[in-house]
Design a protein around this ligand. Structure first.
Ligand code: SAM
Length: 291
């Protein structure tokens, strides 16, 4: 087979996506995103209960914030490996590890075929890094092989868009301006594991047992600031760079974009409160075991 006829490797589109402009925008907004997603990650972290001495894999570790938390929990007798496909985000993770003196190995690899030996890990953990596989069952089956018998899986993934206003609110604000594509929860993306039955099916077929999904909800701070305007500005910067809006609007005219900015800003200002611009955010905390 030559290059033209060779089938694209698994997850090729997502690998390009996280290494292209989106990866760079995530890098620019990494501190913002770390702060906003921390509570959801902590819920999965509590369920994961990493212990001193354990070996842990952080799947889709991005710029490494959760890998460092895991490393602190397992201590010097344990080990943490962060795996991700995004070279720019891993670059940041390695810089942070060096600056903080953290002993975490970061590996650039597709987590659906990471190349780790069987029975390498006590715990597989992820904060929003497992929803981007073309074939989730095959990916989780490979990850299952890397777990030791009795090993645990724990991750946070978003529940449906209707419970996640950080996604829905800006889209609803421009519903009259731009036709939206309905979310396809079977495609890689933030909502790929939002259907609880599907998660049970995927993990069960991948070989996991004792599969549990616990709902966890806490406000998502779309914007912070001293005034309502500052909160809206903070939110606008993110909404137009790392959310679904940026992609939806890129093929539209500057005139439509300007109207969309106005409509979204007005919607944001309407919900700005004393503590910030807070919207609904809900995840599944998923746990499972290898028997
Ligand atoms: C929503 S971000 C979450 C990043 C990080 N866990 C956090 O909470 O900051 C999703 C991450 O999954 C990574 N990713 C996507 N597909 C992947 C794959 N097949 N293997 C490994 N990482 C992947 C992306 O590069 C990105 O860093």
């Amino acid at each position: 087979m030559n290059e033209q006829t060779a089938a694209a490797p698994p997850n090729a589109e997502q690998i390009d996506y996280w290494n292209g402009p989106v990866g760079l925008r995530w890098l620019a907004y990494n501190d913002w995103l770390d702060e906003r997603t921390a509570a959801y990650g902590r819920a999965a972290f509590a369920a994961a209960a990493p212990q001193p001495g354990e070996s842990v894999l952080d799947i889709g570790c991005g710029a490494g914030a959760t890998s460092f938390e895991l490393a602190r929990a397992v201590g010097a007798s344990g080990s943490v490996t962060g795996v991700d496909v995004s070279a720019p985000l891993l670059g940041r993770a390695r810089e942070r590890a060096a600056a903080q003196g953290m002993n975490v190995e970061f590996r650039e690899a597709d987590a659906s075929r990471p190349g780790f030996a069987a029975h390498s890990f006590d715990l597989l953990y992820s904060r929003f890094g497992v929803m981007f596989f073309d074939d989730p069952t095959a990916a989780f089956a490979e990850l299952h092989k890397t777990l030791k018998p009795g090993g645990r899986l724990a991750f946070a993934c978003w529940q449906g868009p209707q419970l996640n206003d950080w996604y829905e609110l800006p889209l609803a604000a421009i519903a009259d301006l731009v036709e939206r594509t309905p979310v396809d929860t079977r495609q890689p993306g933030p909502f790929a594991l939002s259907d609880a039955d599907r998660v049970r099916e995927v993990l069960g077929e991948a070989g996991f047992a004792q599969i549990e999904l616990e709902p966890f909800a806490t406000p998502f701070y779309l914007g912070r600031g001293a005034t309502r305007e500052a909160m809206a500005d903070d939110a606008m910067a993110q909404v137009f760079r790392v959310g679904p809006i940026a992609r939806l609007l890129e093929s539209h005219s500057e005139q439509t974009n300007a109207k969309a900015r106005e409509a979204i800003r007005a919607a944001l200002l309407r919900i700005a409160g004393d503590d910030g611009l807070e919207v609904g955010g809900a995840v599944w905390v998923v746990t499972a075991r290898k028997e």
